[in-house]
Design a protein around this ligand. Structure first.
Ligand code: PGA
Length: 252
């Protein structure tokens, strides 16, 4: 049975001290909560990774980076490699978030490099796909998502694809307060699962966790997660408030 996951993407928020407080509050909740077949992932900034790994119970909470370099190592000033991230104790990396695509010119070919480097370093990619508002309004969204998957991740063999989490994050819903309706989310998640099934077979498709992201909050999480192909959420703004994030976990 595929895992249900709530992941908090902190983006470029919190200093280390506040990040530790937030992680501790979530860990306190998780220590008394039955998470059978469910997982919590926290994705703080790079600078916080090893401190937060030490604060959380690894049986309950995993830690993720939000990005990694597209190269293994070397003279790339300011970059952070997958090997460095793994050595911090993190086990996941968000790859291809729309903010990386939009502000840092990360395209599918680069993202595929990153995905391969993650896997080579025993890290699980949380691979993000999502369409722009104009693409949604012009009914191009299925096409756009298919291209992102084909070029960004479907080059993997089955064994490696089995280690990947997909996150569908419509760009028009990220940080806007405008959530996809449960029907819109389910429609896309079902389509993504169908594409995975065509490429890798029905068993792998049924085992792939597909998260929804985009203004997911304590008020809408339950209805979104109730959709048959929505396996949890990648949460931005609402993951910065412990109480709200905990309510979202309870909605799984
Ligand atoms: P949001 O962000 O929940 O603030 O919309 C989601 C994300 O970007 O992962």
């Amino acid at each position: 049975m595929r895992k249900q996951i709530v992941a908090g993407n902190w983006k470029m928020n919190t200093n280390i001290q506040d990040g530790i407080k937030l992680a501790k509050a979530i860990n306190d909740f998780a220590s008394n909560y039955n998470l059978e077949n469910k997982e919590i992932i926290l994705a703080p900034p790079f600078t916080h990774l090893s401190s937060i790994v030490k604060e959380v119970d690894p049986k309950k909470i995993s830690v993720a980076a939000q990005n990694c370099a597209a190269w293994e190592k070397g003279a790339y000033t300011g970059e952070v490699s997958a090997e460095m991230i793994y050595s911090s104790g993190a086990h996941f990396i968000i790859i291809g978030h729309s903010e990386r695509r939009q502000y840092f010119n990360e395209y599918n070919a680069t993202l595929f490099q990153k995905v391969k480097i993650c896997l080579k370093n025993s890290l699980h990619p949380v691979f993000c796909v999502g369409e722009l508002l104009a693409e949604r309004e012009s009914d191009k969204y299925f096409e756009v998502i298919k291209r992102q998957l084909v070029e960004g991740i479907f080059g993997l063999d089955s064994e490696n694809f089995g280690k990947v989490i997909i996150a569908y994050e419509p760009v028009w819903a990220i940080g806007t307060g405008k959530t996809a309706t449960p029907i819109q989310a389910q429609g896309m998640h079902k389509y993504i699962r169908k594409l995975i099934s065509e490429k890798y077979g029905v068993t792998i498709a049924n085992e792939t966790t597909i998260l929804y992201g985009g203004s997911c909050n304590a008020g809408n999480a339950k209805e979104l997660f109730a959709q048959p192909d929505v396996d949890g959420g990648l949460v931005g703004g609402a993951s910065l408030k412990a109480n709200e994030f905990i309510e979202i976990i309870k909605a799984l």
